[in-house]
Design a protein around this ligand. Structure first.
Ligand code: SAH
Ligand code: SF4
Ligand code: F3S
Length: 486
């Protein structure tokens, strides 16, 4: 894992992180202890789900191990977002074959989005796999595993309109104990034409805000100092409202995302709150006003644009134009001066002309993102784009455009980081720096990684650090008693 990246960023890159904690809350003396090896791919939602899965399996006697060789059960929580994500999982499954040769009792399960997309066909495609479970069926895992132990294969890929796992207390697989994911909703109703998520995660539904606040409180009491609220489109969080926007129960409060943010912010001023992902079409000013009222609502917004061309955005079915996106950016800059932004870009989507790509480049330059996650378009089965458009941009053009975006972004981010040198930032200490035993890393409110001497600090402390130097996107600084600029 790269330094400082044990966060949503890492998940976005689609790299695998295996479970490496044995710190389980409950000691199941009555049940024979079995070992679970759990490996997660894809977005932060998937990593958050893995914490729910660990909790469900812990209740029936499974403790996690980071060594797949000693596991009784291997669960792979998969991602389908791009073809490469699926390929990576298939290669990994091949590696697991040798463990099964050694231990014929070993059970191997595929969970998550790839399981949902491919359903029982996975059992034929991947002989090693005994168990296929979709994102809304994890409560059924213990009985499905039992069925496999009884000699059968087992599948549950039912999607739900209600499941939010609201009352399941996740087992935190991030042993550092500083930051945690809190899932606030599931599914997505947007149907962006390139995207497989609505098919793998089902309809959008929001989690009971009381249970979200309770989870944040519990985390704070356990010493955590940062939560990231997760959903595919957090701006459309709604509680006590039906799809048409009518109040369901007049005796209960209506909670939209802006209200939820304030509720979580009020848990404690020393609990930092981040969120991902915002959708430009739904991001209302109320969210920015809430952020301006609470210092602990971090001044960093990830607002995926995908493309800078209105014609392209229409083909992508994103529900906004370039002008609308830029209007949202202006609102953020006005209401939240100093707030940093990041985005997602897809290059080479169906029919992308040079002009449309140039529009993306000018938008990147106009807005100025501290970070951009850039992807070559990868056609996904069953999506609107697969059915309606031709994947007609040649691979080398997709790649060249991607390189152009990456190069620009690197240069821009480096310039922006340089401008931060000299300023003092309030940093939450996260853990030891990978490159030096004498240093810690932490983050600014803008999600920028800062490296500084350990001194007598410890993880979870807040400290003011003056940035003295930088690499492309990392600041190097010294602890100071001076007031923070941000
Ligand atoms: N709900 C989030 C996105 C989740 S997927 C949002 O709307 O922003 C994360 C990112 O993966 C997307 O923002 C998009 O940039 C990228 N992505 C999704 N489908 C893709 C595809 N078929 N090919 C390439 N990139 C894709
Ligand atoms: Fe996919 Fe669009 Fe939903 Fe994001 S908002 S998960 S890109 S369909
Ligand atoms: Fe991948 Fe599913 Fe997330 S497709 S990006 S793991 S919602």
């Amino acid at each position: 894992m790269r330094e400082g990246d044990r966060n949503i960023d890492e998940a976005r890159q689609g790299e695998a992180i295996s479970v490496d904690t044995l710190a389980f809350a409950e000691d199941n003396n009555s049940v024979v202890q079995k070992k679970l090896y759990l490996e997660s791919y894809g977005c932060a939602m998937n990593f958050s789900d893995s914490e729910i899965i660990a909790s469900i399996m812990n209740n029936v006697g499974y403790t996690t191990t980071k060594d797949p060789q000693e596991a009784d059960l291997i669960l792979v929580n998969t991602c389908s977002i791009r073809e490469k994500a699926e390929e990576r999982v298939r290669n990994r499954l091949n590696e697991f074959k040798r463990y099964k040769k050694k231990n014929r009792q070993l059970v191997v399960g595929m969970l998550g989005c790839m399981a949902e997309r491919l359903k029982e066909s996975l059992l034929e495609q991947e002989m090693l796999v005994d168990l296929v479970v979709g994102p809304d069926a994890y409560r059924d895992l213990p009985s499905l595993v039992e069925r496999v132990n009884g000699g059968q294969k087992a599948v549950n890929v039912l999607l739900s309109r209600e499941e939010t796992y609201a009352e399941i207390s996740p087992i935190r697989l991030d042993s550092a104990g500083v930051t945690a994911f809190v899932s606030i909703m599931r599914g997505c109703d947007n149907m962006c034409s390139f995207c497989v998520v609505p098919f793998t995660r089902g309809r959008e539904r929001s989690r009971d805000p009381e249970s979200i606040v309770a989870e944040a409180k519990d985390l704070f009491e356990k010493g955590y100092r940062e939560v990231t609220l997760l959903g595919q489109n957090v701006d459309s969080f709604k509680w006590n409202l039906d799809i048409k926007g009518k109040v369901k129960n007049p005796d209960l409060p209506v909670v939209r995302f802006a209200e939820l943010l304030e509720m979580v912010a009020e848990v404690n001023p020393n609990l930092r709150v981040r969120f991902s992902t915002s959708h430009p079409k739904d991001m209302v000013d109320d969210v920015m006003h809430a952020m301006s009222r609470h210092e602990n609502l971090c001044k960093y917004i990830h607002l995926p644009v995908q493309s800078g061309s209105s014609a392209m955005l229409k083909r992508m079915n994103r529900g906004y134009t370039r002008e609308w996106y830029l209007n949202r950016i202006s609102a953020i800059k006005e209401i939240l001066p100093g707030c940093e932004l990041s985005t997602d870009i897809i290059t080479g989507f169906c029919g992308e002309t040079q002009e449309e790509h140039d529009d993306t480049m000018t938008l990147l330059k106009e807005v100025g993102f501290i970070m951009a996650y850039n992807f070559k378009y990868s056609e996904r089965p069953k999506t609107l784009a697969e059915r309606k458009f031709e994947d007609d941009v040649p691979e080398e053009v997709k790649a060249a455009r991607l390189s152009e975006v990456i190069l620009h972004q690197r240069q821009y981010a480096s310039e922006l980081t340089k401008k931060m040198v000299g300023k003092v930032y309030r940093v939450l200490v996260e853990g030891p720096s990978k490159k030096s035993d004498e240093k810690y890393f932490g983050r600014t409110t803008h999600n920028i990684v800062m490296i500084f001497d350990k001194g007598d600090l410890k993880p979870c402390d807040y400290v003011n650090v003056r940035a003295l130097a930088c690499t492309t996107v990392t600041l190097l600084g010294e602890v100071t008693t001076d007031q923070a600029d941000a």
